[in-house]
Design a protein around this ligand. Structure first.
Ligand code: M6R
Length: 620
């Protein structure tokens, strides 16, 4: 949460920083701000509550030319300490205005630090934890062993901070450098010719360079025009991982769509194909990073999937496959609950941590807890080198490409596919599936990009439907077996995008309570299983539909094409291609994504940036 960017080079920093902020706005949009160091060393700060557009209006009113200079930092905020207000917007400055700080994360001991500063007579002007850093750095720079040395001052302050943070800091005394630090929050360096960048995400500088360096835990980097230098918090030289970004600017742009989410929905066939590519060779499933021995994999006697939101739903889907293929018990846990209930973990437990961003705080803490209990952790992640894969024993990357829309779409489908690869890898290692069975399952998976492409042909029909039900008070979603997590996912999409009451239920539970919610005209979306693959479940669901129809529900049925049995029960029938049962979530989720996006659009909402949300949830 919060996007931060810094630039030192030969261009006008304001435009570079604003460009970076626009690409990071998915990380938070409660406020935005910049600090620019002019040639003479004067520091100018502008910040404003609300979207970046509000900040730009301030810059225009003041005259952008007055924010000249080739060194600058910027921030886009997701509020934690203090409401979205101008005074709480970053950058924060010290009393002299010489030090400017942008921060992502939470400084847990900020109350203590704030008390210390107030006792020393410092007047703090915001409610944030971040402002304390500006004052602490200013004081470290002003006197003592670190006097006059910004790099050492930042390191000293970092050693005092508890919690998770990325900090980017400037001082007008040294107008040719930016000092940045990280602990548990992301920070990458962009390496250009005669220019360097720091940012929360490579998207911020991808239009200028694809050469990047990923900082490690508890590291400080100093960037200047000519280079970068990495140390640990004590000042010892430290190594950081250089890499080349394998996507380009076009992947981080809307490509003619009104919203990123609409583009990302359409990219799903590619996201699946890219995720599967290269993971089945010479008759075997392979992961990306494997630091668990084959024997240890064979000894696994229990699996937990831990994740949040959509990633959690992908785990619910995975449970059906892993239990079926591997004959192992699988528990799927909300990462935010996992470590608070003393789960039974040991070295024979495999914990699969699923996260698009790889930086979700709840999931990261679940990973740490699991490893602390000696469990093996396998990460499924869409972000190369993020903290969760770094701290895991094995990694399988989804290759969905950058997902900018806050609502997860292509990453969710890629997670389902990757979780299946994990299941097949386990089955292969444990011998619960013969090699030809593994090959057959993989071949089915490899066909899903074209099935998803076909599912996308329902888009016009679903948009039309969405516009017709956009005024509904609520929408219910029903499913059974793997259709149940799809129902949960459909409801989550509608809640987060359209701000409507939406609930997903296991259809069999309806008669145990939720059927009381049914009233005349209430839209109910039903995710049908295949009439061939799951005949018994299919007929039970048909009965469930007729029960709610009898009570006035407006039934919207997602069914396999050619399912004539359900047709008479559907007020609206959306047909998706036939695939094997376990793969159905990949096709039946697609219309639900379109439905939520279009209802939200009809209601006038920004579907890429739903209220109160941010893409990466780096606070617990
Ligand atoms: O980056 P992660 O996959 O760990 O994120 C998990 C959830 O925050 C995320 O899936 C969230 O629920 C989405 N906004 C749902 O669309």
């Amino acid at each position: 949460m919060c996007g931060i960017v810094g630039y030192v080079g030969h261009r006008q920093a304001l435009e570079v920083v604003l460009g970076g902020l626009h690409r990071l706005e998915y990380r938070g949009y409660d406020s935005a701000g910049v600090a620019l160091l002019g040639g003479g060393g004067a520091q100018r700060v502008a910040r404003k509550a609300g979207r970046i557009a509000n900040l730009e209006a301030v810059l225009d009113a003041d005259g952008r030319a007055t924010f000249g200079g080739t060194v600058g930092i910027g921030h886009t905020r997701w509020a934690t300490h203090g409401p979205p207000a101008d005074r709480n917007s970053h950058p924060h400055v010290d009393e002299s205005g010489q030090v400017a700080v942008v921060h992502n994360g939470i400084i847990e001991n900020f109350a203590e630090l704030r008390g210390e500063l107030e006792a020393a007579g410092v007047e703090l002007t915001s409610d944030t934890d971040s402002e304390t850093v500006a004052h602490l750095v200013a004081r470290a720079y002003a006197s003592g062993e670190t006097a006059g040395d910004l790099d050492a001052s930042v390191r000293e302050v970092c050693r005092r901070l508890r919690g998770a943070f990325t900090l980017v800091i400037t001082h007008s005394d040294v107008p040719d450098r930016i000092v940045a630090a990280r602990r548990s929050s992301p920070l990458v360096v962009g390496v250009g010719d005669g220019e360097h960048f720091v940012a929360s995400d490579v998207a911020a500088f991808i239009e200028h360079t694809r050469r990047a360096v990923e900082l490690g835990q508890d590291q400080v980097v100093v960037i200047t025009r000519d280079g970068y230098e990495v140390t640990d918090f004590t000042g010892e030289p430290a190594s950081a991982r250089p890499f080349t970004v394998d996507w380009d600017l076009s992947a981080a742009e809307k490509g003619g769509h009104d919203y990123f989410m609409l583009k990302e929905i359409e990219e799903q066939p590619d996201a699946l194909a890219n995720t599967l590519r290269g993971h089945f060779a010479a008759g075997r499933i392979t992961l990306d990073e494997q630091r668990i021995t084959e024997q240890d994999l064979r000894d696994i006697d229990k699996v937990f999937v831990v994740a949040c939101g959509s990633a959690y739903h992908s785990g619910l889907v995975a449970k059906y496959a892993i239990e079926h293929w591997c004959r192992l018990p699988v528990e799927v846990e909300l990462a935010s609950e996992f470590r608070y209930r003393d789960p039974v973990l040991d070295r024979d437990t495999l914990v699969v941590a699923v996260s698009q961003s790889g930086e979700t705080a709840d999931t990261l803490e679940a990973v740490r807890h699991a490893r602390g209990q000696k469990a093996r952790v396998l990460a499924v992640c869409n972000t190369n080198g993020a903290q969760i894969p770094r701290e895991s024993d094995a990694v399988l990357y989804t290759h969905a490409g950058p997902e900018i829309g806050v609502a997860s779409t292509k990453a969710f489908l890629a997670q389902i596919a990757a979780n299946y690869l994990v299941g097949l890898a386990l089955a292969q290692e444990r011998g619960t599936k013969y090699p030809d069975e593994v090959a057959r399952e993989f071949a089915e998976l490899a066909n899903t990009p074209s099935a998803v492409q076909k599912a996308l042909t329902t888009t016009d029909q679903v948009r039309d439907l969405a516009r017709r039900i956009a005024d509904a008070k609520a929408v219910l979603f029903l499913g059974r077996h793997v259709g149940y997590p799809v129902a949960l996912e459909g409801a989550l999409k509608l809640k987060e995008l359209a701000y409507m009451h939406a609930e997903g239920f296991a259809a069999g539970e309806l008669k145990h309570g939720p059927i009381a919610l049914i009233e005349d005209g209430l839209p109910v979306v039903i995710v049908m299983p295949s009439p061939k693959g799951r005949a018994m479940l299919h007929s039970k669901l048909v009965s469930n539909i007729s029960e709610i129809q009898a009570r006035g529900a407006r039934t919207i049925v997602i069914a396999e094409e050619g399912d004539d049995v359900v047709r008479p029960y559907a007020d609206e029938l959306i047909e998706v291609p036939a695939v094997t049962t376990l793969l159905q979530p990949l096709v039946s989720t697609v219309p639900l994504q379109v439905l939520a996006a279009e209802i939200a659009r009809s209601r006038g909402y920004d579907i890429d940036k739903p209220r109160n949300l941010a893409k990466s949830v780096t606070v617990e």
